[in-house]
Each structure stands twice: as C-alpha cells, then as structure tokens.
Write a protein that binds this ligand. Structure first.
Ligand code: GLU
Length: 294
C-alpha cells in the first residue's frame, strides 16, 4: 500500500508555530516513507474564515519548502460529495434530522449528552435542522502511533452533529469523506484532535471506509500553557526566514538536528530531516511550554 499523507488546515486564523509542527511532521513522515503529501484547505465555515488567510496558506508552506503533490483541494468546492454521503447516512438510519436548540439541550440533557429526542420525534420537513449521527454503546479502540492505545465509548458524548443547523457541513463529516476520497493512509496532526478520532472512526465504520493510521503530535503551548491559536494570539508564521524556525520545529519534534545544521539553508535542513526522520522520537507531550520569541 503506498503512503498518502496530508496537511489540512482551516483558514480561521493564520498559520503559527503549532501549525508548522503539524505541517512539518506530516510532510516529513510522508517523504521519509516515499509517500505523497497533499494540501487540503478545510474552508467549511465562512463566517469564521478570512479569505486573506486562505490565500496565505500555500504561500507560507512554499516559503518553508513544504511542497505538496498535485492540486491543492478546497473543501468549499466539495459540497456535492458531502451531501451525497449525508444522504446515505440518513437513508441507512445512521443519521437523523434534529432541530433542538442549545437551550433545550441544556435544559433536558445530562452533561449535554443528546437524548435522541428527534430520532423518535422527527421535526417537520420545513424546519431548519442539524443532522446527527447515532453513537453506539461500544468501545472504539485504536493505537495511535505516538499517543499509544486509546479506547472511547461514544455514548459518553452522544449523537454528534455532522451537518449544522446553520446549514454548514461539520468538520467531522468532511474530514472523513475527503480522507477516504483522497486515499489518505496516514494522518499526522495535533493531539488537540485526538478526542475527535473515535467519532471519525465510527463514521468510517458506518460508511465502510478503511481507517487510516493516526499519529497525534503534542500540541505547542504558550508560557501560560494554552494551546497556540488565534484565540491565544499566537504569532503568525513569517515567510522571510524559515531556516531557524524549521530548526526549532525539529527540536520540538525531538529529531535532534545537529549543531552544523543550524547554519544551513532551508532545503538542506529539510533534506537532513527527511533522511533522519524518526517518528518514534516524538514525545507524547511537550515537556516545556513554547515561548514564541519570533
Ligand atoms: N482542519 C483541522 C484544523 O485545522 C484539522 C483537520 C485534521 O487534520 O484532521 O484543526
């Protein structure tokens, strides 16, 4: 089986050092395995996105020498595909329409675990509805390449939304449809998505898709221990001096770049990193918070 990896950022904020760690780790793992590496922009949520940020993604990745294979894909252009998968889930009674408001759920449901009310009381056809997938009372287990064995009972979080009440597709649905459709075999991404993985595997099983291998890298935090993100004002990645940032990222991924590499150019650094890549060196968590000193 040939290796297909991908980087799948959402344009809800500029790429930052934490995004670079995910991009670099997935790129190096693909290249070290003679694999294909895809770039997919997950632009499913226009109200939270910025068109400028979306345009910058390919430019920044090119500046860091992280060149993807084939055409870049945009989820915003793939709605027909998501619609047809949604229909399949509904026809097979794995998914159902739900028009409960957040207020109703807070009032009615323990720990916000949805009580499946709309499954037995279908809303009127003209109501604006979310679509939920039924969870199951069984353990979903998987072995993450970095984080080790995980087991999760989806009933603890309940039936989840794959199509939102504001008529936007949810990340959970689009991500598994695209990974399957693009033949992705290995997913290397931040461990903030580890908890989403069981729901994604559940969907893959319902739809008869293969489950890719997962490797969740530790999430970079600021000095307060908060995940780097737009909300925590993470410094956007700059395109002008990638070499030292790549070296720092390799240290964070515990790849032990030698001192001589520190004076090298971007492409030499990447070539060394592909040659010496060892995913087993990546720690499960980062021992020190990341100070953004750019
Ligand atoms: N688009 C998601 C994000 O930016 C990542 C999706 C994934 O890697 O599965 O958080």
């Amino acid at each position: 089986m040939s290796y297909v990896g991908r980087f799948a950022p959402s344009p809800t904020g500029p790429l930052h050092f934490g995004s670079l760690l995910a991009a670099l780790a997935s790129y190096l793992d693909a290249r070290a395995n003679n694999g294909t590496w895809l770039l997919r922009i997950e632009d499913l949520d226009p109200p939270r996105e910025s068109p400028e940020v979306k345009e910058q993604f390919p430019e920044i990745l090119e500046a860091y020498g992280l060149l993807w294979d084939g055409e870049l894909t945009l989820q915003s252009e793939r709605s027909d595909l998501y619609h047809s998968v949604l229909q399949t889930l509904i026809e097979q009674r794995h998914a159902y329409r739900c028009n409960c408001s957040r207020k109703q759920i807070i009032e009615r449901c323990d720990n916000l675990v949805y009580d499946r009310y709309c499954y037995s009381h279908p809303p009127q056809q003209d109501a604006s509805c979310a679509i939920r997938v039924k969870s199951e009372d069984s353990l979903i287990s998987f072995r993450d390449i970095i984080q080790g064995p995980h087991a999760y009972n989806l009933n603890s979080t309940g039936d989840f939304v794959v199509f939102r009440r504001d008529q936007l597709f949810a990340y959970q649905l689009a991500v598994i449809v695209d990974d399957e459709q693009q033949g992705v075999t290995h997913i290397v991404r931040g461990s903030d998505l580890l908890d989403e993985t069981a729901r994604q595997i559940h969907l893959q099983q319902l739809l008869g898709y293969p489950t890719p291998a997962y490797a969740h890298i530790p999430v970079a935090t600021n000095l307060e221990g908060q995940k780097l993100s737009k909300q925590t004002f993470a410094e956007p990645l700059r395109a002008d001096n990638p070499a030292p940032v790549l070296i720092r990222a390799l240290h964070f991924l515990n790849q032990n770049p030698p001192a001589e590499l520190h004076n090298q150019q971007r492409d030499d650094i990447l070539a060394w990193a592909v040659e010496n890549w060892d995913i087993r060196n990546i720690p499960q968590t980062l021992s020190k918070p990341l100070l953004m000193e750019q």
